[in-house]
Design a protein around this ligand. Sequence first.
Ligand SMILES: *Cc1c(COP(=O)(O)O)cnc(C)c1O
Ligand SMILES: [Zn+2]
Length: 480
Amino acid sequence: MSAQFPSYRGTMKYRCLSCSSTYGIDSLLYTCPECKSVLMLEDTNFSSLRARSGREWRELFDARAASKRTALRGIFRFYELMAPVVEEQDIVYLGEGNTPVVEASPALQAKVGARFAFKNDGQNPSASFKDRGMACAFSYLRALVRLQGWDDVLTVCASTGDTSAAAALYASYVGAPVKSVVLLPHGKVTPQQLAQPLGSGATVLELPGVFDDCMKVVEFLADHYRVALLNSKNSWRILGQESYPFEVAQWYDWNMENMCIFVPVGNAGNITAMMNGFLKLHYLGIIETLPRLFGVQSHHADPVYRYYAAPEATREYAPVKVQPSVAQAAMIGNPVSFPRVQHLVDRYKAIGGERSFQVIQVTEQAIMDAMLEANRHGHIACTQGGECLAGLQGAKALGLVDESEFSVLDSTAHALKFMDFQNKYFTNSLDAAFGVTPKKELQNAPELLLTEAESATLGESGFVLESCRRIAERLQLSEK
Ligand SMILES: *Cc1c(COP(=O)(O)O)cnc(C)c1O
Ligand SMILES: [Zn+2]
């Protein structure tokens, strides 16, 4: 039996985090028209949801987890906490969300000296967590198109690779009148990430520079032309990404005691969603404690780390000029969502305590080594997943996590998207600017046993015999 579609409808508004002005949602807004600060979406009826007890919410969401109703199978399982203004017919579902939490192999946990699991967000349809936000943004866009009779919608985004892959995928599914354009920093996305929007039929435009440069262009575009911006300035994406903390809490039976969450920080949209999501669950009594949240940044792109590492009295935000990072999807020097982080950290710490939010800095070397180590133990971590593991190792070394705690690491994309970095590590051909020296024991390479020319002289039975002889020799097999 299909669960009922929820009857609750919220009243959603954009709220400016700087001047607190609110704006209706009947048009697409990315920044405050008054003061240009970033916005967040809120349901002004949210407190009415407290009429249901935490226990009733838990039971409802648990029951819904079995639903075969398409609109409720993905991130909208948590409809009331998500975007409760979208009608069922507008919800886009491409299989996103509900990604597996895979406990780290016993050998890896022993090696790291900590208890932890990966949540494989690379098992989303376009192979990164960005699909969560896109599912929400496109559902809302579909509603707008339907209600306002728009006949031409051009969606644009700048990307470190995964946003464009997700945007192009959802746009191609939704189809007319929605068309997708993506803007990429030339040569700064992996071949797999470039192939994705091309395959989805998006218009792919490239500019020299890094992500931060493309972002400036896209922002100017969105201010001056009729386009729908799909970067995380688009607050609907943040909402969709809140499904990650909801799923983590649900998976652990809504008990977040002694839990640590590790998340890579690039544009800081994801960590914003983590905080906001867990705060919502806590406010409604669905969870009783907030998990401890660890943002992780590479020393080559660490503006958020630098800010929080400074003593509170002297903290001043400054963008950094990024250096090449293998955690390329998080290689951002001026995170768009930084004001959102600042805004939420105070609320998060007020409830969870001083130790409930921290930012860890890791080296490029540690990121690569951690990714490869994880994947040699049966995982499918991307470089950003490796960054999370390096973050856990770093936090442990600093004495910030203890034996009684369990960590969930966000492997934000699929390993296959970042194979270029693995290949370059294996062949020691990473540019010196990354500052990574491959460890022999983590390298691997195919071994050619027979050349074409040798093979040509052997004939069919000779080929099998000679191949087996060389394999037996290579592996030192004993005859039976
Ligand atoms: C976008 C992205 C990040 C960074 O997330 P933010 O929300 O920008 O902080 C990390 N990992 C992957 C794989 C990504 O695609
Ligand atoms: Zn404002």
